[in-house]
Design a protein around this ligand. Structure first.
Ligand SMILES: Cc1ncc(COP(=O)(O)O)c(C=O)c1O
Length: 478
């Protein structure tokens, strides 16, 4: 599943020796059957071809747009210009079509950034620290800090007490948050629920941290009754916790207050733990959901991250990471070449992303996001209810707009609707651009297809283990 919890993927062997990929891989478009091997005419495979036995994802090489050299002395001819314009026009049409049929990933595709088109002619780069101007003058720090202040207010931390930056994505936020935790507690152990995003486990591998996986409840939420003995078994070492404000697959929200209480009850004083909140999607939705546990720096947390291209609807991947100022000094160094401070993961940083974020936050404001959140939750309930009415197993966590249901049997259908799947389940993430009409269109197609998939002895799968008996309407549980 896109960005899903850590999954075991085949690890290709290179010349039968080194493993390139250990454990995880971006499983966005996993297709299980291997690609047809390319065997040369003489029938003998060269070693390099053997090592390219890629089994994950679809083969982009079969559809890639080759770059050809300009024909006349580096000049692009009118013919080539026209040809390239044609390619781009077809691509645009394809994007429109794929946008129309998208339901599986948590991206808000509803936006209008026409006002920012005038800025695309500039190479805007915020390299270095957002708060310390570098010598490169074509930057957008004034917008970046405005956005950071907005999030600091949302998560209740004073301007002079926080540090943060606009990242390339939610993953970078996780990499940064966990790095800050590791720098604060170099011998700390990382605890994360099994349903945490794979970037959390990637961070553990990159930083060579000891990582303890904690079990989850059927909802996908961290199981604190499993966290407790694991903390007690490692009481001599500080704890670094990843808390999920919305898991990737089931949209489950870990109860931050219960996690903190568990730490305290296990004898971890506030100076012996660090909590990073991974709020990739729900970090921006939760503050507007009644009854939701509050993410706030008034609680003993160290950092919060969110993706900017998810709920906010930025057209390019980006994210926001906020931590406490007191922590950042342990991680940063001055760089003369930049004339700025280096406390970010990346070097060059997208200076356009802050403009898009600033623009949306200004236009929508807290009220606009609140309306969007309410609409998403309402529409998600509608989808879940209609699935149940149609006799399809489905689950929706209380604080979430991620509807989990049985994996459609036909991969073509999965691809058409760009559904994210994991094992026997799939999900639809109801974002602000997902209307009731779109959901009806999808549901009608699904119901029609199911009537052809499930005939005679062929039964829909039982997914009680994944979503609980109460939500499963398979032959055994209905
Ligand atoms: C819970 C969670 N954390 C982190 C990420 C990574 O975010 P990004 O895709 O912005 O890197 C995702 C992505 O789906 C996610 O669901």
């Amino acid at each position: 599943m896109a960005g899903g919890a850590e999954t075991k993927a085949p690890s290709p062997n290179v010349n039968g020796k080194a493993e390139i990929l250990k454990g995880n891989f971006e499983p966005t478009a996993i297709k299980v059957e291997p690609l047809t091997p390319v065997v040369p005419e003489n029938g003998v495979e060269k070693p390099s071809e053997k090592s390219r036995n890629i089994v994950l994802g679809r083969n982009v090489h079969s559809t890639c747009l080759t770059i050809t050299e300009p024909e006349v002395n580096d000049e692009v001819t009118g013919d080539k210009e026209a040809q390239m314009a044609g390619v781009l026009a077809r691509y645009r049409k394809n994007l429109m079509e794929r946008t129309k049929y998208h339901l599986g990933y948590p991206y808000n595709l509803d936006f209008d950034y026409g006002a920012l088109a005038q800025l695309q002619h500039f190479s805007i780069n915020n390299l270095g620290d957002p708060f310390i101007e570098s010598n490169y003058g074509v930057h957008s720090r004034q917008f970046e800090v405005g956005v950071l202040d907005w999030f600091a207010r949302l998560w209740e931390i004073e301007k002079d007490e926080y540090w943060g930056y606009i990242t390339n994505c939610g993953t970078e936020g996780n990499l940064h948050g966990i790095l800050v935790g590791r720098e604060v507690f170099p011998d700390g152990i990382l605890y994360a629920s099994r349903e945490s995003h794979y970037s959390v486990f990637k961070a553990a591998r990159m930083y060579r941290m000891e990582c303890v996986k904690v079990d989850t409840l059927v909802s996908g939420e961290i199981d604190c009754s499993d966290l407790r003995p694991k903390l007690l078994a490692n009481k001599d070492k500080p704890a670094i916790l990843n808390v999920n404000i919305g898991t990737t697959v089931k949209g489950a929200v870990d109860d931050l207050d219960v996690v903190i209480q568990t730490l305290e009850e296990c004898g971890f004083s506030h100076d012996r733990f660090y909590i990073h909140c991974d709020g990739a999607l729900f970090g921006l939705m939760m503050p507007f959901v009644k009854r939701a546990p509050k993410v706030s720096f008034k609680k003993p947390i160290g950092s919060v991250s969110v993706s900017g291209h998810k709920f906010v609807g930025c057209p390019m991947p980006c994210g926001v990471q906020i931590t406490r100022m007191e922590h950042i000094n342990v991680l940063s160094s001055n760089v003369e070449y930049l004339a700025s401070r280096d406390a970010t993961i990346m070097g060059s940083r997208n200076g356009h992303a802050p403009l898009f974020l600033w623009y949306t936050l200004n236009r929508k404001g807290y009220k606009g996001f609140q309306k969007d959140v309410q609409k998403c939750l309402r529409n998600a309930h509608y989808l879940k209810d209609r699935l149940h009415e149609a006799g399809i197993s489905a689950m929706l966590n209380e604080l979430s707009s991620t509807v989990v249901f049985e994996r459609p049997r036909d991969e073509e259908f999965v691809r058409r609707w760009q559904l994210a799947c994991e094992g026997n389940i799939a999900h639809v993430v109801v974002m602000p651009n997902v209307t009731i009409e779109k959901l009806d269109f999808f549901l009608n197609e699904l119901v029609e297809k199911r009537s052809t998939w499930y005939q005679g002895n062929v039964q829909p799968p039982c997914i009680a283990a994944e979503i609980g008996k109460a939500n499963c309407v398979c032959a055994l549980h209905k």
